[in-house]
Write a protein that binds this ligand. Structure first.
Ligand code: CMP
Length: 140
């Protein structure tokens, strides 16, 4: 299986509850390696740009407000089939529907405050990584 990269955000509900380490540990135990990581407080423009594909969705404004409500940790993760591996350990978007043992089932508060974001395809992973990281900031 090919080693690929994905993009992850540890969201404000998780940083507020001091769960950066707990989330990262679950990612690492799932076979992913953190090859870039930084804690940032997103601006409104940055969050709106990141979630531009959801602009027409009814939850867009609340989503942006939530994502700028506190610090987040943006990460690049590397591993075999990284996008799928990350989505598997994250669990379903809504924690009520997530499998036991997944990050969202164990740690998330709600569909909005769902602790983590992960890219949904290799193509989106590349776009999302480039949105937050320069290539020289990624050290595998
Ligand atoms: P994320 O993977 O970050 O991508 C978009 C986010 O919108 C999603 O996770 C959810 O946290 C958030 N969201 C809030 N409300 C909804 C909803 N009703 N349906 C889907 N996603 C939602």
């Amino acid at each position: 299986m090919e080693v690929t990269r994905t993009f992850s955000i540890i969201k404000p509900d998780a940083t507020r509850r001091n769960l950066t380490g707990a989330v990262t540990r679950m990612l690492e135990e799932a076979g992913l390696r953190v090859v870039a990581s930084k804690r940032i407080h997103m601006s409104q423009d940055q969050a709106e740009g990141f979630y531009a594909v959801h602009r027409e969705r009814p939850f867009f404004n609340d989503l942006v407000s939530f994502m700028i409500s506190g610090p987040v940790v943006v990460q690049v993760l590397e591993g075999e089939d990284a996008v799928k591996r990350n989505r598997d350990i994250m669990g379903a978007t809504n924690p009520d529907n997530a499998e036991p043992g997944t990050i969202r089932k164990e740690l998330a508060e709600s569909i909005e405050a769902n602790s983590v974001h992960g890219s949904d395809s290799d193509e989106n992973a590349a776009t999302e990584i480039a949105y937050f990281f320069k290539e020289e900031e990624i050290v595998g």
